[in-house]
Design a protein. Sequence first.
Length: 360
Amino acid sequence: VLKKKIAVLAGDGIGPEVCREAIKVLEAVAERFGHQFTFDQQLMGACAIDATDDPLPAQTLRACFEADAVLLGAIGDPKYDNDPSAKVRPEQGLLRLRKSLGLYANIRPVTAYDALLAHSPLKPERISGTDMLIFRELTGGIYFGDKGRTDDGQGAYDHCTYSREEIERIAHRAFQAAETRRRKLTLVDKANVLETSRLWREVVQQIAPQYPEVRVDYLFVDNAAMQVILNPKQFDVILTENMFGDIISDEASVIAGSLGLLPSASVGDQVALFEPIHGSYPQAKGRGIANPIATILSGAMLLEHFGLQEEADAVKAAVQAALDSNILTPELNATSPCSTEQVGNFIAYQVAGGIDCQMY
Ligand code: IPM
Ligand code: MN
């Protein structure tokens, strides 16, 4: 038996609801394949501020370092969004966590599912067959540079910095992923304006000869924002810096039909973290309407990270069965919607062997 300890940071809003379903599915995997997963729930985000005044308590960070992987729901609360003077924010916990764990590469797959083509506002023939993998740099750039107000308080600044080494390490990962896929890598930057972007291009051009099979393409981020929805099939691996990746990946989720479908993995040199790309969706909290699939698929990426490919494939097949059977939350099934829990139950039962589907 394989024994793994997973730290769970369910967080705020719908985070706990979607994590509950992902854990259910991982438990079904453990049951079917004879593994032992233990789940260590810890506070992070607004819930941690409420309990300890700290969005990332020391105990939470310690639990993450002691775990084999981290599963995260979502963090954030509108009471902070609408208060620009708030000194402590839930997001600081997530950013500090990414930095502390050295999670420099955030990997976000975007797939157009045939069963959901009609749910995208984009034309089906445009998006059908889309399969891209976004590598978003996660611990540098404008998110982590010096920020503050000018001395007279009348101005503000956020510095964007990147080092050659920060670019190299994620670029190598993106090239390696491209080698196993359709062998195309697109660097998204703003090299016509930003010096950091010129450094990204320089570094990528220098590394490229080490991956002779991979075709490299360069796009300015404004053009990329258009191309991603105009002709998404042209993309295989997209490599980009922190903030461009944040924006482009939300945009790309429109292709899948719902933000509630997109998982992500954040990796570095130590423990890896898995989280849906969506936020805490506070309006939906407790209403049973949140789509758990993004978190469940994040669980599948966690299994792949453990080297459990067959197990991950079983989860993906179960998700596919839910899509094909229209066992979906209201944003994807308005006429006969299922609840968060029903979707989770269905997928867990499919994973367990699909023998008895009475429960969902
Ligand atoms: C994401 C989120 C975060 C980010 C926020 C919550 C800080 O939007 O994971 O994409 O901007 O990275
Ligand atoms: Mn985001």
